[in-house]
Design a protein. Sequence first.
Length: 72
Amino acid sequence: MKDIVEEAKDPKYISGIYNYRDRWCERCAFTAKCLNYSSSEEYFDTPEKKDINNKEFWDTMSKVYADTLIMV
């Protein structure tokens, strides 16, 4: 994944739109403009990474938390 700080500056994303999320992304008309949706699709791009009982899931979550810490 690209540097999350640089990606957040991309004008294609609506700043802060993820603050209004209800995690029903499949019903949202703004997924193309949401950095959170884009990031989650990129992080969890394989079935193994979506399986909580799989090591790849936890490795990916570690990356998510690391990027979150950078943003904070």
